[in-house]
Each structure stands twice: as structure tokens, then as C-alpha cells.
Write a protein that binds this ligand. Structure first.
Ligand code: NZQ
Ligand code: ZN
Length: 388
């Protein structure tokens, strides 16, 4: 393990079919006014809204609703949430939904009492929080982002064609998260598999960095094997509790800071994917699946030993009698077969990108230094062309 680090994760998790039973006890720790944040209405259709509201009422809470959080929450919606939170002096923000609802709730929690423009402060200048933070709790209904146990918050600014994430510190992590795998059963298949690939991408963004013998890599190989296995079951039978519960747990551990320890981490697939998202508003996980293979084939020569290890340890490729490069490429071919089997989107054209948009998408792509190759703008353009 290279480097020095601190590890602390303050989010308390309630996991399993009875997880929501703990919400009442948890609510006692907070003041009277709860801002109930949710998306476009799925929680009303599947009954989760009624269950949560009844618990809030039984606890005597005053409920302030903030519905309509869209996938890829926007800066305009953030301003609206800040106004609601401040005017009502809310004591707790309860996010009931997927990553968008959780991310948005964290953004409101740090922005409601922020002096000046929160978009500029947190998402352009990446400043730390120096004002009051409203605590956030989460009831998760969509698996993938890991937002339920991390400080990440991604906000989209359509007028500036930017989709940017700020990874806040422990003081912004949800105080608690309720994880009932059954709450994800009503997800449409498109969202379900997009979430599966988001999980894989989070792990690979951290795995494909560094050259040391790092325990984090061994943990990630285990998570990947479990994900590949469970996703194969879940795509055939979406209500297989064992598979969906494993996937929910993998998603949380893929991005709750544990496996990043001792790793440089890359995140370039996310940078390209988020730029595609800023221009198309496409589903996050699908923006990643559409660009990943082109990206990994592009950087494979620079991280060959790790790509070989990935092929052997994760995809069971036999290395005998083959060059390292052949083994590494077979690993990516196995990954591609798995992705196609899940029904993921494999090109950005299907997400609404066109040849004419590529220069603009490249301009919106932030370039990181932590992976096996620091890309140039030309590299980004080539990867986008290969992904079209
Ligand atoms: O809005 P509703 O009606 O609830 O419908 C949602 C939405 O349309 C639906 N859905 C969620 N749970 C459901 C359900 N439909 C039926 N049954 C359920 N149980 O699914 C759709 C997508 O939801 P969304 O929250 O947008 O998906 P996801 O969890 O993938 O979140 C995506 C956002 O998270 C950001 C992404 O960039 C994107 O903005 N990310 C956050 C990260 C973090 N905090 O660390 C990291 C990720 O890499 C990612 O960037
Ligand atoms: Zn992601």
C-alpha cells in the first residue's frame, strides 16, 4: 500500500428487507422539519412514498416536499431546493430515490446557507464548505452510484454544457442510508443494467491505476467477480433477491472510499462519460458503457501488466502460450461479451451524439492524471470517434 491515508466512513447503513423499520429510530435524532426529496414519481407508483410518509407522520415530523428531481439534476433545480430548505429552516433532508436524488440532496445540504453562487463555489472553483450543512439521510431505490455512502454530488449545467462532480468530505456523507434491495425491483431494465455498469466502471476507474501490490486491487477483483456473476442472474430474473442484494452491496463498496485507499485512481471514463452526458443528458451508466472499451483499448499498452492481470483474475482468461498483450485483449473481449449480454448501450450515437458534437464534447472533458496515460485532447477526440 503506497502513500499515507486516513480512513473514516461515517454513514450508518441499514441493509435488507426490513431496513426501513429503522427509519423511525433514526429520525428521532433530528429536529422537527424534514425535507422529503424525491424524483419524478416512481416512489409514488411503487408504494415507497406512502411507507416513508407514514413513518414521518408517526414520528410527528413536519414534512416539506421537494419533488421532481430529474436524472442528472440541474443547477436550476439546485437553486430551487436551496430556497425551499432555507425558507423552511429544515432540520434533515431525506432523499428517497437514486443517485440523482441523493446527489441533489447533498448539494442542497451544503448550498442552502452558502454565501454566493454554489455552482461557482463548489462545481467550478471546488472550494470546501465553510457554512452550515443540513444533515442528509437516504432511502435508496436505484443501485449504482454509491452516493448512499459517499460525499459525491454531480450537478449538470446545461447552459454551460458542463456536468461536474464535487467529492465532498465526511461532513457531507449521508448520516444514514436505508438499503432494501426489494426497493429496486421496480426499476426498468434499462436503468437496472445502466446501474450495473456504473458499478463496474467505479471499480475499474480505481483498479486501473498504480503498479504496487495493493490490497485494494484484490478486494476489487472480488467485487468484480461477484458483480459479473450476480448481474448474469439478475438480467434473467430481475427479482432474484440474492443477486440484487449482492449487487446493492457491491455498489456501495465500489465507491465508498475503501477501495481507493493507496490508489492513484483514474476517473477518465467518468470525465468523458460526463461530457457526453452534458451534451446529451443521457443516462449516466450508459454514457460510461458507450466509451469504456474504446478508452481501455486506447490505454492498454500503457498499463499492460494490469490489463493482463484483469483478464486472468477477473475474466478467467488462460494465459498459457499467449503474449501479455493477447491475454490483456482477451480480457476486454470477455468484458465486451458480458456488456452485450446485459444489453448496454455500446456507442454514443445511440445516446444522441453526432460527429458534429465531438469537438464540443472533447472541450467539456476534464483530463485527469491518475491513470496509465494522461490523455491529450487529441486522445479524447480519437476515443470519442471510436465510440461513435
Ligand atoms: O425520478 P424517478 O421517477 O424516481 O425515476 C428514476 C429515474 O428516472 C428511476 N428510478 C429510480 N428508482 C426507481 C426508479 N424507477 C422505478 N423504480 C425504482 N425503484 O430511475 C431513473 C434514474 O434515476 P437516477 O437517480 O438518475 O439514477 P442513478 O442512481 O444512476 O443516478 C445518476 C446520477 O448520479 C450521478 C450521475 O452523474 C447522475 O447525475 N453520479 C453520482 C456519483 C456519486 N454521488 O458518487 C458517482 C457516479 O459516478 C455518478 O456520476
Ligand atoms: Zn458513475
Amino acid at each position: 500500500m503506497l502513500g499515507n491515508f486516513t480512513y473514516c466512513n461515517p454513514t450508518k447503513l441499514y441493509f435488507g428487507q426490513n431496513a426501513l423499520d429503522n427509519l423511525g429510530e433514526e429520525l428521532k435524532r433530528y429536529g422537527q422539519t424534514v425535507m422529503l426529496v424525491y424524483g419524478g414519481g416512481s416512489i409514488k407508483r411503487n408504494g415507497i412514498y406512502d411507507r416513508v410518509v407514514s413513518i414521518l407522520r408517526n414520528c410527528g415530523k413536519r414534512i416539506v416536499e421537494d419533488p421532481g428531481v430529474m436524472p442528472n439534476p440541474t443547477v436550476e433545480k439546485l437553486y430551487e431546493g436551496c430556497r425551499i430548505a432555507k425558507e423552511n429552516r429544515v432540520d434533515l433532508i431525506l432523499a428517497v430515490g437514486g443517485g440523482s436524488v441523493c446527489d441533489y440532496s447533498k448539494a442542497v445540504s451544503v448550498s442552502a446557507y452558502c454565501e454566493g453562487d454554489p455552482w461557482e463555489k463548489y462545481f467550478v472553483r471546488f472550494e470546501d464548505v465553510d457554512n452550515a450543512i443540513i444533515p442528509v439521510g437516504c432511502v435508496l431505490t436505484m443501485v449504482g452510484t454509491g452516493s448512499e455512502m459517499n460525499g459525491g454530488s454531480v450537478i449538470t449545467n446545461h447552459s454551460q454544457k458542463l456536468k461536474i462532480g464535487h467529492v465532498f468530505g465526511e461532513n457531507v456523507f449521508p448520516k444514514f442510508s436505508v438499503l432494501n434491495p426489494e426497493f429496486t425491483f421496480t426499476l426498468p431494465k434499462y436503468q437496472m443494467v445502466a446501474g450495473f455498469f456504473d458499478i463496474m466502471s467505479h471499480i475499474l476507474e480505481q483498479y486501473f491505476s498504480g503498479t504496487d501490490d495493493n490490497t485494494s486491487d484484490y478486494i476489487m477483483e472480488g467485487l468484480l467477480r461477484s458483480l459479473i456473476h450476480s448481474a448474469e442472474i439478475a438480467v434473467q430474473n430481475p427479482t432474484d433477491y440474492e443477486a440484487r442484494s449482492n449487487i446493492m452491496w457491491i455498489a456501495t463498496w465500489a465507491l465508498n472510499t475503501l477501495v481507493a485507499k493507496g490508489k492513484a485512481t483514474d476517473w477518465e471514463v467518468h470525465m468523458i462519460g460526463q461530457a457526453v452526458g452534458a451534451h446529451t443528458d443521457a443516462t449516466h451508466g450508459m454514457t460510461l458503457s458507450a466509451v469504456s472499451l474504446a478508452y481501455y483499448r486506447h490505454i492498454l499498452p500503457y498499463g499492460l501488466p494490469k490489463f493482463r492481470r484483469y483478464a486472468v483474475n477477473v475474466w478467467n482468461v488462460s494465459p498459457e502460450g499467449k503474449t501479455d498483450e493477447a491475454v490483456a485483449r482477451e480480457g476486454l473481449e470477455a468484458m465486451e461479451r458480458w456488456m452485450r449480454m446485459l444489453g448496454l448501450v455500446m456507442n454514443i450515437r445511440e445516446l444522441g451524439a453526432t460527429e458534429e458534437m465531438l469537438e464540443g464534447i472533447a472541450d467539456s472533458t476534464l483530463i485527469n492524471q491518475g491513470g496509465y496515460k494522461a490523455l491529450t485532447r487529441q486522445d479524447v477526440l480519437e476515443i470519442l470517434r471510436e465510440s461513435l
